[in-house]
Design a binder for this molecule. Structure first.
Ligand code: TRP
Ligand code: SF4
Length: 346
């Protein structure tokens, strides 16, 4: 990643590659689902785009339930960014930074609020879900949560990013970003590219409960940074074929999540063996899970070793985030100057 050049308004990163922006709310350690669904993709994209990756700490505040929770944000950022680096996010190639270190995003959020009809925000499915989950109503919910996608839009377009790798659940937000950008450009002249969501083709990981997507909230996940022993222990708690109540009953791999995970982590030959041994009752579920856990631990071995190595370097993450913040802010300031000009401010 190069520093911004003299014409940041044409292309904020100063080259002809597309600009990728993505973010994650800092909820702490990442799990295997985050890795397969997003992080792995982020790493690969570094080769073809100028990438900007953000720890969205202000977004984390939109669902804050008490003041205590705020104390968790900084350690969560550290844990999450360590996972990013361990997975292969390279601060030499990409800008890695913390959202709140670039306060310009809040300026842009306010200004975009002037071109965003309230109805656009209250009809977003993630908003309705969150309101319900938090036992709020549209009367009692915080203004900040309503503006969540406006802040997310500000994140993206502050760097004039054109491509946003996200999961399916975030697509409505990116659609909204496009509408906001269109409206802004119509009113004030062509300023921002319409960002485009980029979905991964990675398989969706089902959690240890065997029925829901892997998620921390549902506690059906496997942390990337867990020890091999912890991983094995958790895999052993997973649901399998519910009708296989005894070892002698043949199993049905096609409905068993352990089998679908074998397909991803154990290789083709081993997976075929699992199928045969399961359907002929030659293999018990406990052995099958141990086998899977070994496969996952092996898969994560290098990532975990790198994580330990990076974690041992004093202040490394903090310094890198500081540097990333400076690079991001330089771009952000240019954009804000342009927006001020166009909106008649300053
Ligand atoms: N809302 C995203 C999520 O919950 C995180 C996020 C914040 C984001 N800002 C972003 C994603 C900008 C893409 C682009 O996953
Ligand atoms: Fe699932 Fe393996 Fe048990 Fe078959 S043997 S039901 S694939 S855990």
């Amino acid at each position: 990643m190069t520093q911004p050049t003299s014409s940041p308004s044409d292309n904020p990163t100063g080259s002809h590659k597309g600009v990728i922006f993505s973010g994650m709310r800092p909820t702490g350690l990442l799990h295997l689902g985050n890795y397969m669904g997003a992080l792995q993709n982020w790493v690969a994209l570094q080769e073809h785009y100028n990438c900007i990756y953000c720890a969205a700490d202000i977004h984390a505040l939109t669902t804050l339930e008490n003041g205590e929770e705020a104390n968790q944000i900084k350690p969560n950022i550290e844990d999450m960014v360590l996972d990013w680096l361990a997975a292969g996010i390279d601060p030499e190639k990409s800008i890695v930074f913390v959202q709140s270190q670039v306060p310009e995003v809040m300026t842009l959020h306010t200004l975009l609020g002037m071109v965003t009809p309230l109805g656009w925000l209250t009809r977003v499915p993630t908003f309705k879900d969150k309101v319900r989950q938090m036992h709020e109503t549209e009367e009692t919910v915080n203004y900040g949560l309503v503006g969540y996608p406006v802040l997310q839009t500000a994140d993206i377009i502050l760097y004039k990013a054109d491509t946003v790798p996200v999961g399916q659940d975030q697509v409505p937000h990116i659609e909204l970003s496009r509408e906001i950008v269109r409206r802004f450009n119509n009113m004030f002249g062509e300023t921002f590219p319409e960002p485009q969501a980029k979905l991964t083709d990675a398989p969706l990981l089902v959690g240890l409960d065997g029925k829901n997507k892997m998620s921390k909230t549902l506690d059906n996940h496997l942390d990337l940074a867990a020890t091999p022993e912890e991983t094995t222990k958790r895999v052993l708690t997973a649901f399998t074929d519910p009708e296989r109540v005894r070892r002698e009953i043949p199993g049905r791999p096609e409905i068993c999540n352990i089998y679908s995970l074998h397909k991803i982590f154990s290789g083709a030959d081993a997976t075929e063996t699992v199928y045969k041994e399961c359907t002929s009752a030659q293999r018990g579920c406990v052995d099958c899970k141990r086998h899977l856990a070994d496969g996952i631990n092996d898969y994560l071995k290098d990532l975990r070793a790198r994580r330990e190595e990076i974690k041992a370097r004093p202040d490394y993450v903090q310094e890198l985030l500081h540097e990333g913040g400076k690079k991001a802010r330089a771009i952000a300031k240019e954009t804000i100057a342009e927006v001020y000009e166009k909106m008649g401010l300053g």
